[in-house]
Structure formats: C-alpha cells, structure tokens
Design a protein. Structure first.
Length: 567
C-alpha cells in the first residue's frame, strides 16, 4: 500500500475510501502478515480509518473500515503502537458497548448489527494478540459494556452473533488477565448473570420445543426446583441447536475462568448456594441433546471442565431424587440407585469410555479433566461412589484373566495405571483407590499389586493398610466376593491379580548347598546389574515407601543380622 492510497484514505470521499478498502480486504482476506506495511504506515492507515469511523457521514463505510481493522489486527507486530486507547474506545462505541452512565445520559448505542459484529471481531483479535491492549480493555468500559448488554439477552431481536462475540471477548479477557476475575465475579456479579444466560438458553429451547417432549420423563432439575428468577415451572430437557451450543460453550468457558481459583474450603453460605445452583444447571446440560454429536461432545467437555472447579458439597446436585420425577422412576432401571436418578453421573462415565477410544496422542488432554472430575465426585458423595463402584469395579467373576486384559471399563482403567503419562496413571489410580474406600487390600484385589505399586509407593502404603483419607468413608462393608473368586482365592497371585496354576518347584531335588549356591549366583547377577546402572534394587522401609539398596551382598548381610536379632 503506497503513500498515495494512504493519503486517499485520509482525505478522500466516502466512495473512494470504500473502494480502496474493499480492494484491500478482498486481496488480504486470508492474510495474517503484512511485511510491506511497517508500523508507521500501519498507524497512518489506522488513523485514516479512525477518522472515517468517527465521521457520521461515512456511516455506510463503517463496516468496510472495520473489516480492514480486523484483517490488520491478525498481525501481532506493532499493535500497541498502532491501536491506542482512543482508537479502542471508538471501537467499543461501534461495538454497541455503553456503560450505565452513558445510558442515563441518553447515549444511544450503535444499531447496525453488521457494524457491531465487525467491531467485536476486531476487538477479539486485538485482545488475543496484544498484552498491552488486554490491560487497556481491563480498565476501560469493555467489561462493563458487555455486562450491560448481557442483561438484555432475553431480547429476541439481539442477534446470536452479537451474544457469541460478547462471550468470546469476555472469555479472552478472563483467560489472559487473571486480575479481572475477582472484579467481574464480585462487583459485576458475573457468576450470577452468566448462570442466568445458560439457564435462559436451556429454558428458551425447551419452551420452544415443548411439544416434542410429550411423555418424556427427563426434566430440567434447576427449573423444577424453581431456582431461576422465581420461576417454578417444569421444563423438559432441551435439544440445543448448533448456535445455542456455541453460545453456551463460550459462557461455560468464562464461568470456568471465574471459578478456577476460588477457595472451595472457606465459602460463605450465599456463595455456596450459587455453586449448588450452577451444578444443577450443569446437570441439565449433561442430559440435554444436540442436533449434532460433535456439538454434544464439545458441550460435555466444557461442562466436565467446569465441574472440576466446584466445591465438594455441590456434587450432590448431580443427583435427582426419584420422587421429583413424574411417575417416580426412570425409563432405565439401571440408573436408579438408593432413591436417586444417576443419569448425569452415567453420562460422565460414558464420556470417559468414549474418550478412552481416542488415539493415544489425544487421550491425555481429554482424560485428565474427566478422571479428575470422577475422582472428586466419588470422594465427595457416598451415593455417587457406591454406584460408580458397581459400574467400574463390579464383583469379581473372571479371576483367571489379568486385571488389565479385557474390554470392560475396569480392564481399560487398569491398563491406564501403567500409562507413560504420569498425570493420567496417577489420576486413574486415585479414582480406583477412592472407589475402594482407600483400602490397599481391596485395591490390590481389583488391580493387582504390580499395577497399584506406583500409587502405593507414592503414598507410603507398600506394606498394606489404609491411607489417612480412609476415615472419610462409611464403616459399612461393601465386600461382595463371588463364588468364582472364593473358589480360587488361595491360588490368586496378588502381584498379577489373577489365578495362577500350580508350578513345579525349581528347587526340588537340590541339596541345601546347591540352593545356597543358586541364591548367591542370583545376588551376584543383581549386583552386577546395579553396578552397570541397568536396574536399581529397592527395599520397602518402615515408612511404607521404597528405598534404594546400594550393595546387594551387604543388604543380604543386614537382612541376616536383623533376622538373628529378632530371633
């Protein structure tokens, strides 16, 4: 772009400016770098565009000008020098963001939705690509303007795209600027208003499609409890279209940012009530349908991520008393347990199994939040833990196969206990340990000592017993040994976790001298492997954790000495 064109943009007529910018936009529709435009030229171009944006007579050209700004904002180079606070304030005005004070002063926001959306897209790019602009938008009217418009989301004339990019902008700010989260949560009551938006999406869809759900026994939990705006009407679980899923997903991402560092242990009663309500809304989201399977997967992923931030007491909202369901029962009897509907928890378990089928490279990102969520749910709620124990660790019948062999959920989880990804294997082991009420013998029974060794070593439990958290569970027994297990119990190898056929004794027929010679040869071979750095011999200390052994023969002498002393 030469100086002549830049001068034309600065001083030309509306028609000439629009023609030049349309050509630039068409040429650079897929361009993300502008090496021919140095910072000075870019600033001159943006200043010329700003002059047009501030001129009401150039109104027909505003959308085209903002399209150019959106294209230029893709490149990180020089953004802070080019886009000053004055320019950002003008773009916020064009995005229709006004504060409460401006509304009182009768300042009317922009009405053209195309101009609003282009300004929003440009602001999203600028916030994403520049830390300086992020700081400016944290303290200007950006957040307040979004929250003011958020209160009007019930307006049917407000376009979906405007709502979506509002939430996208709020997500970027809360993700990239941690300092703004407390202010948004307390001063602007962001948690409450954002919950209302998700609830509004669900209710509006259910009300619109009520006739499709006649005879259905799946109803919204939050609406049934009358928690939203005093409305105690009963709404069936909705089927969201793609636009509604996109908006709900953006809101859930913002809610995640607002709750990620909340102190779960020291909450005030009012704040705890907000979280209880939020989980009841998340319960409904887990049960809702979508037009396409991919959107349902996306929605569940964001929901489970957010559940990880919830305080333990709120997980009870994932359960629905059967007495609250018309007819007092569910369509699937397997989802009924101790008077509760377990459908939402079942959805999370099904989501886990689905993600376990993903290729190994993708498993890590998806499995970590799901396993963490399941572990926290099981640890915090007795009914959830007992029901998941039945589904994940049912009474043992196949005792002749190793725990990691097979296609059941238990088999697949045990295989993950030896995953190369440390975070995955630790979360899986912790989840199964919680299902076993943190009892070592019970965990070894279902997984085998070899698979459980990592968790036991980390927690100092290699000598058996229970962890310090075992006291948090009820004392009632949940053992339900099957006839198959009891018949083979004496022949089950605790290391492998399965039945082992009797083997011939390799020492049979050897004299005591020959046995001693074989033992010394084994010790010498182990010592050589240790010296060469191939293996590191270990012993279990009194603290229940493994400790390295430097010299095998010396360790043998210590063992003999300890045995003599004990005798």
């Amino acid at each position: 772009m030469d100086d002549r064109i830049l001068a034309l943009i600065e001083t030309g007529s509306e028609e000439n400016v629009k023609t030049v910018l349309l050509e630039f936009n068409k040429k650079n529709a897929q361009t993300f770098s502008f090496p021919e435009l140095d910072v000075l030229k870019k600033k001159k171009l943006v200043d010329g565009i700003l002059k047009c944006l501030r001129d009401e007579s150039f109104f027909d050209c505003h959308q085209t000008c903002l399209e150019t700004v959106r294209i230029l904002s893709r490149e990180k180079r020089g953004l802070e020098e080019v886009f000053t606070k004055d320019i950002l304030d003008t773009m916020l005005q064009l995005a229709g963001m006004v504060t409460e004070e401006e509304l009182v002063n009768n300042q009317v926001p922009v009405k053209d939705p195309k101009v609003i959306i282009e300004a929003q897209k440009s602001l999203c790019n600028l916030i994403f690509n520049s830390t300086g602009i992020q700081r400016i938008c944290c303290y200007n009217k950006c957040v307040e303007g979004i929250m003011m418009r958020l209160k009007t989301y019930k307006d049917p004339d407000l376009l979906h795209e405007v709502k979506f990019f509002d939430m996208r902008m709020l997500f970027l700010l809360t993700a990239l600027c941690a300092d703004i989260r407390p202010k948004l949560r307390t001063e602007h009551h962001g948690l409450i208003y954002l919950m209302e938006i998700v609830d509004l999406i669900m209710k509006s869809n259910a009300e619109r499609n009520r006739h499709r759900h006649k005879g259905s026994k799946r109803f919204s939990k939050s609406s049934r409890r009358g928690r939203s705006g005093g409305d105690s009407g009963v709404f069936p679980i909705p089927c969201l279209d793609d636009e509604e899923v996109d908006l709900a997903s953006e809101v859930l991402k913002v809610l995640f940012n607002l709750t990620v560092n909340v102190d779960k242990l020291n909450m005030e009663e009012e704040e705890e009530a907000h979280f209880m309500r939020l989980v009841s809304i998340l319960h409904d989201i887990l049960l809702c349908d979508t037009k396409t399977p991919d959107k349902k997967e996306e929605l569940h992923n964001h929901t489970i991520n957010l559940l990880n931030n919830m305080p333990h007491a709120s997980y009870e909202e994932l359960l629905t008393p059967l007495t609250d369901i018309p007819g007092g029962k569910t369509d699937n009897k397997n989802l009924q347990y101790e008077g509760m509907n377990m459908e939402a928890v079942s959805v999370i378990l099904e989501f886990l199994q689905k993600k376990m089928d993903q290729p190994n490279k993708k498993q890590r990102d998806f499995l970590i939040p799901i396993l963490s969520c399941l572990g926290e749910c099981a640890r915090s709620n007795r009914i959830i833990r007992k029901w998941m124990k039945i589904k994940v660790l049912p009474p043992l019948k196949d005792v002749r196969s190793k725990p990691e062999e097979g296609d059941t959920l238990r088999n697949r989880l045990v295989r993950l206990m030896t995953s190369p990804y440390t975070d995955i294997k630790e979360l899986v082991a912790d989840f199964l340990f919680v299902l076993c009420k943190e009892n070592v013998n019970r965990l070894v029974k279902y997984t085998g000592y070899g698979n459980a060794a990592g968790l036991l070593a980390n927690r100092g439990l290699m000598l058996g017993g229970q962890s310090s958290g075992a006291c948090n569970y009820s004392s009632e027994s949940e053992e339900s040994d099957t006839e198959e297990y009891l018949a083979c119990k004496e022949r089950i190898n605790p290391v492998k976790g399965c039945y082992e056929s009797p083997r011939p004794n390799p020492m049979e027929g050897l004299t005591d001298e020959q046995k001693e010679q074989e033992a010394m040869e084994l010790l010498n071979m182990m010592a050589k492997l240790a010296r060469d750095g191939i293996v590191q011999p270990m012993r279990v200390g009194t603290d229940g954790k493994p400790h390295p052994v430097k010299h095998i023969p010396e360790h043998q002498k210590e063992e003999d000495s300890e045995e003599t002393d004990s005798n």
